[in-house]
Design a protein around this ligand. Structure first.
Ligand SMILES: [Zn+2]
Length: 331
């Protein structure tokens, strides 16, 4: 794989490739931007070029070092991911121990820390020490979708590389490359809101089924009568990501419904459900409850991001749906 295979991030790639060619590399880079748009893929590709002895603006993709990167076994590239919801000080200390030795076979040791917003305060403090006095052979790549949640002291010690949400044609192209059929790729490209990760990590049909569950929840105005909705409630209670995803789908439905209420010709995110959504919009007396619901959904997403219990968030969601979308004759 080469940098050219990473779509929609030309600006970030040109900054990194310029650094590679000029050999004026910083000790720490902060890749920031929404989740699921290629930050980690780019970090791995950049790391591959950094440890490849034959690299110029790209890794050679032929040598033993490149092969080890492709199989995820390079001894000089350390990847740290959050364990559960946090990156703890033990992880940072283990990394610092490795950085205290010379790289095994390359010029440098590259550390990729994904989800930096999950650093506990002691871990962030420990990392700061490395950023303040990095070993000469160390290069750190910090990745975050929540730059605002990082301490300014960390941000200010990194060169910042912004990543942008992917445009629908890029998402469509990525999905077509993965063998997804054209109508599904076209639907997903508009639904994905610039993110492609959830669509790559699981079966598309499963994601679309979860969208359908969220849609049923909306149709039943939060009255969880059918069995799949009990399952949905249980999934949401057990997982922050699932709860976040339901809120995401409901926000998209809500936007589509508002659009149908105020401007009947606007293209919809959920364009495959145009007729059903138009009829639902028609059944509501005005756009006002939808706008209130939209605000409520944003608030719940915010609470969830602030670590409110997902089960509590889901219960609040159900209450909001019941209250805001209450229509005469629906109990
Ligand atoms: Zn190579």
């Amino acid at each position: 794989m080469a940098f050219g295979a990473i779509l929609g991030q030309e600006h970030a790639l040109s900054l990194l490739q310029k650094a590679l060619v000029s050999a004026r590399l910083g000790h720490a880079y902060l890749f920031y931007g929404p989740r699921g748009i290629g930050k980690k893929l780019t970090a791995l590709q950049f790391a591959k070029a950094l440890v490849c002895p034959g690299a110029t603006a790209e890794a050679c993709d032929r040598c033993a070092s490149c092969h080890k990167m492709t199989t995820g076994n390079h001894p000089d590239v350390v990847v740290i991911n959050p364990e559960g919801t946090s990156i703890r000080i033990e992880h940072i200390r283990a990394m610092q121990r490795q950085l205290s030795y010379k790289p095994y076979e390359s010029q440098r040791t590259v550390v990729i820390i994904d989800g930096c917003e999950s650093l506990t305060p002691p871990a962030a403090n420990a990392l700061l020490k490395t950023l303040e006095e990095p070993p000469a052979s160390a290069l750190l790549l910090l990745l975050t979708s929540k730059k605002d949640a990082l301490p300014l002291t960390i941000i200010s010690r990194c060169q910042q590389i912004p990543f942008r949400p992917l445009a629908p044609p890029h998402i469509q192209a990525i999905l077509l490359q993965q063998g997804v059929d054209e109508p599904t790729a076209a639907l997903v490209a508009t639904l994905a809101e610039g993110r492609v990760d959830i669509w790559m990590q699981t079966e598309i049909n499963q994601v679309l089924a979860r969208r359908q569950s969220a849609y049923t929840l909306l149709l039943e105005r939060g009255h969880t009568k059918s069995m799949p909705l009990f399952l949905l409630a249980r999934q949401c209670a057990g997982s922050r990501e699932q709860c976040e995803e339901v809120l995401h789908w409901l926000s998209l439905f809500c936007r589509d419904l508002v659009m149908l209420k105020v401007a009947s010709t606007t293209p919809l995110y959920n364009h495959d459900l145009q007729a059903e959504l138009a009829s639902l919009a028609h059944s509501l007396p005005s756009a006002e409850p939808l706008l209130d619901l939209f605000t409520a959904l944003e608030q719940l997403r915010h609470y969830l991001a602030m670590n409110v219990n997902p089960q509590l968030t889901f219960e609040q969601l159900v209450i909001q749906l019941q209250e805001l979308l209450r229509t005469p004759g629906v109990s």
